[in-house]
Design a protein around this ligand. Structure first.
Ligand code: HEC
Length: 170
């Protein structure tokens, strides 16, 4: 019985990671709508790009990219920790890298006035989702954890659909 539960948990985590990577790949390229899922092979220029540019360039743009790449690595590490049933590690990673702590650090380095208010709201929603995820980790119950992890990923996707750094790409 225990064995079966573990296997199911691992399968669920691996499936989730696959979906995450697919979603992020689509989000980080140029997709703005669901058509992309069915048209992954077609040139991205045929997909309308409705994202609003936030106009970050130079050091601020580089810094933003570093944060984003860390986000992706963190999501991978969280899923790996869940697959290993290391809930304490999963909680620590979530709090330290995706929660409000990260937000406060980012605010110290970047000027909030550089970002549109709606972008800031999406960032806050993302941190809130991460805090909720961190809170349920000690339950060790994937029925509670996976929906919150989904909530975090939805927050990543929501912002990627709405914003990009520059107006020039795509
Ligand atoms: C509040 C907005 C916002 C949130 C939340 C957000 N991102 Fe991003 N992310 C962006 C923007 C804007 C870009 C730049 C997209 C572009 O210009 O094409 C980006 C780019 C990326 C990239 C591409 C980096 C590169 O190589 O250039 C990755 C990977 C990424 N985000 C991962 C994540 C993950 C994982 C999460 C959630 C845990 C997340 N992001 C949450 C706004 C956000």
């Amino acid at each position: 019985m225990k064995q079966k539960g573990t296997t199911n948990a691992r399968t669920a985590a691996v499936f989730l990671l696959a979906i995450t990577l697919l979603g992020l790949t689509l989000g980080a390229t140029s997709c703005a709508d669901k058509q992309t899922l069915g048209a992954a092979a077609s040139p991205s220029s045929t997909v309308p790009d409705t994202r609003e540019p936030i106009g970050l360039s130079g050091e601020a743009g580089k810094e933003h990219r570093v944060v984003m790449l860390q986000h992706l690595e963190t999501v991978q590490a969280i899923v790996a920790a869940l697959a290993n049933e290391d809930y304490a590690l999963a909680q620590g990673l979530t709090e330290a890298h995706l929660g409000f702590f990260t937000h406060r650090q980012a605010m110290l380095r970047q000027k909030p006035e550089d970002f549109p208010p709606a972008y800031h709201d999406l960032a806050m929603a993302h941190h809130e989702a991460a805090e909720e995820l961190a809170r349920v980790m000690p339950s060790r119950d994937l029925k509670q954890i996976l929906p919150r992890l989904d909530g975090v990923l939805k927050a990543c996707v929501a912002c990627h659909l709405a914003y990009k750094l520059h107006s020039t790409n795509n």
